[in-house]
Design a protein around this ligand. Structure first.
Ligand SMILES: [Zn+2]
Length: 312
């Protein structure tokens, strides 16, 4: 009996110890779990907060995107309007040209053109044209001593765009203009220079031009002229020389000399006037030249492909 009651007490103690161990293990597990649950809850709250922030941000972006889409739509409508207006103007100009050619009107047309830019002076020329409400044509090049590219002028890139934004005609005068450095050594070299400049104009303005002026004029092409013109025709290019000038491409000595050369060269009912937007002298006589032309019944227009003056 004594032995067995000892055994029973021993088992109870053992049971108790096991019970204690189980209880503490359980509490431990419960505490650990609770801590984990708390952590998870905290994380969950953080995620919820992040999510609501993201939702707000998404709504904001969506709104910006919608506004942007609307802006782009309005802008492209504006572009279309300008293109429509431009085409209307050119169609009308084409009719006036025909009337002039048939002597059915006393109106005259002058196409003011600027070669070899953009140059640092081009911005001032653009401002002046804006002031006098005159549209002109710019035969641009990409490289050469007179360009703002080679003069490291930061605003040069913007000048290309500015010419187009001001609704002047932007045209091709070859990329290098290197008359004395191989431009006319083969028609392939020449036409590659045309394509190179076409690409540059497109990159800077989004405009694909199809009007060209030969550097030095078309006679400078010499024996290559026919093969180049054949290429131009095949590529839907028109080309043009000039009928009047102030001599700023040569050795101008004074404003007076420029003014006289200019005035003496204005004789026809349709004139294509050659200026250079790197010439300070031309810039200084430009207001008087505009006034002179307008006083003499000339309408001043930018060139367009369908003009009778463009050779095709
Ligand atoms: Zn030139």
């Amino acid at each position: 009996m004594g032995k067995s009651s000892k055994k029973i007490r021993g088992r109870s103690i053992l049971d108790f110890i096991i019970y204690l161990i189980v209880i503490s293990l359980l509490s431990y597990v419960i505490i650990i779990n609770n801590t984990k649950i708390e952590e998870i809850n905290k994380k969950n709250d953080r995620y919820k907060l992040e999510l609501s922030k993201l939702k707000k941000e998404y709504k904001r972006i969506k709104k910006d995107e919608d506004n942007l889409k609307k802006d782009i739509e309005e802008l492209s409508n504006l572009d279309n309007k300008i293109i429509t207006e431009k085409n209307k103007t050119f169609k009308l100009a084409s009719e006036v040209e025909k009337k002039i050619k048939n002597s059915e009107t006393d109106k005259k047309i002058a196409y003011i053109t600027f070669d070899d830019g953009p140059y640092y002076l081009t911005d001032s020329v653009l401002a002046l044209l804006k002031e006098y409400k005159v549209k002109a044509t710019f035969f641009t090049i990409g490289s050469g001593k007179a360009t703002c590219f080679d003069n490291k002028n930061a605003s040069c890139m913007e000048t290309y765009k500015k010419i187009v934004d001001n609704n002047h005609t932007i045209a091709n005068h070859t990329y290098s203009h290197a008359i004395f450095r191989g431009l006319y050594s083969s028609s392939d070299i020449f036409t590659n220079e045309v394509k190179k400049q076409e690409k540059l104009i497109y990159e800077k303005t989004g405009v694909i031009t199809n009007i060209l002026r030969f550097p030095g004029g078309s006679t400078t092409a010499g024996k290559l002229k026919d093969s180049i013109i054949k290429w131009l025709r095949e590529n839907n290019y028109g080309w043009i020389d000039w009928t009047a000038q102030d001599g700023d491409g040569g050795d101008l000595k004074s404003t007076n000399q420029a003014w006289n050369t200019f005035k003496n060269s204005i004789n026809d009912n349709i004139e294509v006037i050659l200026f250079h937007d790197y010439s300070d002298i031309t810039y200084s006589i430009l207001p008087d030249a505009i006034k002179y032309l307008e006083d003499n019944n000339y309408i001043l227009l930018p060139l367009f492909y369908d003009s009778v003056m463009i050779n095709k």
